[in-house]
Structure formats: structure tokens, C-alpha cells
Design a protein around this ligand. Structure first.
Ligand code: TYM
Length: 384
């Protein structure tokens, strides 16, 4: 007799790295990620401290726990409290014509941090990364970088305090010296352990991580930070970028540099739901900042996964499941007013609001956001 193995419902494994984000039906387990990656949770005391030090109300991404994790953010705040400055570093891998709404999250947060702390910012466009990972030519990657730069400038950074560069144009000199120093400290085994590269991956993928690591060090930018080699760096990003900076923090003291600090966000979900992020690799998952009002409303109405019930009667009786509802999750990111948000959540959860109404509200909020962005983008000249 052959034994039949009992059927066990296997928990779907979640994958979060710079190139892939996927999880089971329950969505991404952020608590699990914090433990797995070894970062810290961003607690209420730290958020209060940011508000106190900057004299500004905390950004809605902080109030609502959307930036939820960090690495040594408190050390940056300690220094700032003593009157010392730091600089910000963030970036974009230009893989599409324009940014999608998920990409706006770290850039909006970075703008808030730059305004609140009045600090310099460097922005890296990893056109080389996208050449290596996507099927793009060098020229196409560079063109996308220029297009994406316009969307980034439209976020409104302080031009006097911001330096944006593309790797293809900028890597060399002190930046390259730091890349080589980092690379010498990271073995093949280590990089495979952190990023999961396989034997079939080409060698330039395996040697890419130092390129994203070294903007964390002020000595990579002598034209900006000469004589300030120990200036601390704070990196706002979503948690998918954490592996790069785990590696960077591991290497930093070995080459006489300060470890960068990080603030890390949850993902703005795909239209289809929280089991993955909004991603340029899957155009159906995304709303772009260049989409028209009509397109945005159509996308929301047609594709945004709803936690509402199938019929108006059932919705009135049972209310919506807010845990899985994409429109409510999007409003959580982009509707500024806390009271309005609470009212919508309550009405929708109780069954007084129908799905169509909530989707219409979201369509209005996103259209307004994208219109503002389009106006700002139209002012960008393309010089420089
Ligand atoms: P990229 O182009 O994939 O993403 C740019 C930034 O957007 C974040 N992000 C998201 N945030 C919230 N919800 C989403 N659905 C979502 N999708 C992407 C990313 O975490 C990132 O912060 N290798 C990088 C470019 C880079 C970089 C950096 C990013 C170079 N240096 C320093 C952050 C910090 C990349 O391809 O990002």
C-alpha cells in the first residue's frame, strides 16, 4: 500500500527584493520583512520627535504608518538635534517612459524631508541598472532617464540643494574609487546571499550593487561635500531597496565611511491588490503620472480590486472589507485630510457608501494629483 501524503495548505512564500515583489493572497507580511531584513520599526515616539524637531506636523505617510521601518533614523535625529546637518539620497531606475503613482511615494516623502530639515539631496538615476536588467539599449536607457528626470523635478525639490545624475554620465573619479573599494569588501558568496543571484546571471549584474551603494558616501561627491567626508546620509525608499543598503552598511566602516540611515515605506499596491506592488514591469498594475483624467478613472473603475460586496443590497447589509480594498488603500496614500479619510472608511465599512462612490472619490483625488504634477512637469525646461 502506498501512503498518501496529507494535503497541507502551504503558506505562499513572499519574495521582496529590488527586482521582484510578490506574496500570497494575504498581501505582503511587513512585520515578517522587518524581522527578516533586520531593520527597525518606525514608532510613534520617533514620529513625534520628527514633528518636534522640524516644527511641522508629520507627513501623512508617517501619520498613517506608510513609512513604517528604518535603520538608525534616530542617530540622524540625534545629530540634527545637536545642530548638525545630514544629506538625503534617493533614486530611480528608469524602466518606463514616466513614473507611476508608487514611485511618487519616496519622492514626495523626500521632498517633505528636504523642506523640513533644509538639507542637500542627491538623486541617482540608475540607467545602467535598467540596461543590465531590461532589454534596453544604452541610448534608450539614457533617454528614459531624461524623461524620468522631468517627473522627478516636477516633485518640486529645492534646485539650489539638489544634485541629480545618471550613472552613464557621472560614474568616474571619486565615485568610481568608492565603487572599487566597496566591491573589494564583498565576496561572490555574500552578494549571492543578499541578492539571490544565480550562476546564470551575467557578471555585470553581480558587480552592480556598489554603484547604488556609493552615493551613500559624501566622498563620492567632492564637488558637493569636499571636507565633509563624515557627513551622515539618510535614504528614503520603499523596503524593496533594503538589500542594497544592508550591503552598504556592512561595508561602510571597513572603508572608513559612515553607515547610511534609511526610512522605508510599504508598497503602493498594484491595482489588482496587495499581493504585489504597483510596478512598471506590469503596465496593467499601474497608473502613470502622465495618464489622462479619463484613463485614470477608467483604470480605477475597471481594475482596482474592490472589497465591496457584489450587489448594492449586500453592500448595504454587510459593508466592504477594507483590508483588501484597493481604492481605500490608495486614498490612504493620497487623500490628505484625516477626517475625510475616516469618514469614507466608516461609511464604506458600514455599507452606507457603495463601491462606485468610493471609486469616484478616488478618481477625483488621483486626477487632481496628476493634473498638478502635469502642470509642474510642463514647467521643466530640459536644460542642464
Ligand atoms: P525603482 O525605479 O524601482 O523605484 C524608485 C523608487 O520608488 C520605490 N518604489 C515604490 N514605492 C512605493 N510603492 C511602489 N509600488 C513602488 N515601486 C517602487 C522604490 O523603492 C524606489 O525608492 N535601483 C533603484 C534606483 C535607486 C534608488 C537609490 C532607489 C538608485 N539609488 C536609492 C532608492 C534609493 C530602482 O530601480 O528604483
Amino acid at each position: 500500500m502506498t501512503a498518501v501524503a496529507p494535503k497541507v495548505e502551504k503558506e505562499e512564500e513572499q519574495v521582496v527584493n529590488p527586482w521582484e515583489v510578490s506574496a500570497g493572497k494575504g498581501g505582503i507580511g511587513y512585520d515578517k520583512l522587518v524581522d527578516q531584513f533586520g531593520c527597525q520599526r518606525l514608532d510613534a515616539a520617533t514620529i513625534d520627535r520628527v514633528a518636534r524637531l522640524t516644527g511641522r506636523p508629520p507627513h501623512r505617510f508617517l501619520r498613517r504608518g506608510l513609512f513604517f521601518a528604518h535603520r538608525d533614523f534616530n542617530e540622524i535625529l540625534d545629530l540634527y538635534e545637536k545642530g548638525e546637518k545630514f544629506y538625503l539620497y534617493t533614486g530611480r531606475g528608469p524602466s518606463s517612459e514616466s513614473l507611476h503613482l508608487g514611485h511618487l511615494v519616496p519622492f514626495m516623502f523626500t521632498k517633505y524631508l528636504q523642506d523640513a530639515f533644509k538639507v542637500p539631496l542627491v538623486i541617482q538615476l540608475t540607467d545602467d541598472e535598467k540596461f543590465l536588467w531590461k532589454n534596453l539599449t544604452v541610448n534608450e536607457s539614457k533617454r528614459l532617464a531624461r524623461e524620468n528626470a522631468k517627473d522627478i523635478i516636477a516633485c518640486g525639490f529645492d534646485v539650489e540643494k539638489t544634485f541629480m545624475f545618471s550613472d552613464f554620465n557621472f560614474v568616474g573619479g571619486a565615485f568610481y574609487e568608492n565603487m572599487v573599494k566597496v566591491a573589494r569588501c564583498v565576496t561572490y558568496n555574500k552578494v549571492v546571499g543578499i541578492f539571490g543571484f544565480s550562476q546564470e546571471d551575467h557578471i555585470r549584474k553581480i558587480s552592480f550593487p556598489p554603484v547604488q551603494a556609493v552615493p551613500s558616501f559624501p566622498s563620492s561627491f567632492p564637488h558637493l561635500f569636499s571636507g565633509m567626508e563624515q557627513l551622515r546620509c539618510l535614504i528614503p525608499c520603499a523596503i524593496d531597496q533594503d538589500p542594497y543598503f544592508r550591503m552598504t552598511r556592512d561595508v561602510a566602516p571597513r572603508i572608513g565611511c559612515q553607515k547610511p540611515s534609511l526610512t522605508e515605506s510599504r508598497f503602493f499596491p498594484a491595482l489588482q491588490g496587495e499581493s504585489t506592488k504597483m510596478s512598471a514591469s506590469d503596465p496593467n498594475s499601474a497608473i502613470y503620472v502622465t495618464d489622462s483624467e479619463e484613463e485614470i478613472k477608467k483604470q480605477v473603475n475597471k481594475y482596482a480590486f474592490s472589497g465591496g460586496q457584489d450587489s448594492a443590497e449586500l453592500q448595504r447589509e454587510l459593508g466592504a472589507n477594507l483590508e483588501v480594498d484597493v481604492p481605500v488603500k490608495y486614498l490612504n496614500f493620497f487623500l490628505e485630510d484625516d477626517d475625510d479619510l475616516e469618514q469614507i472608511k466608516k461609511g464604506y465599512g458600514d455599507g452606507n457608501l457603495l463601491t462606485g462612490k468610493v471609486k469616484n472619490l478616488l478618481g477625483d483625488v488621483l486626477s487632481e494629483l496628476v493634473k498638478r504634477h502635469t502642470r509642474a512637469r510642463a514647467q521643466v525646461t530640459g536644460d542642464g
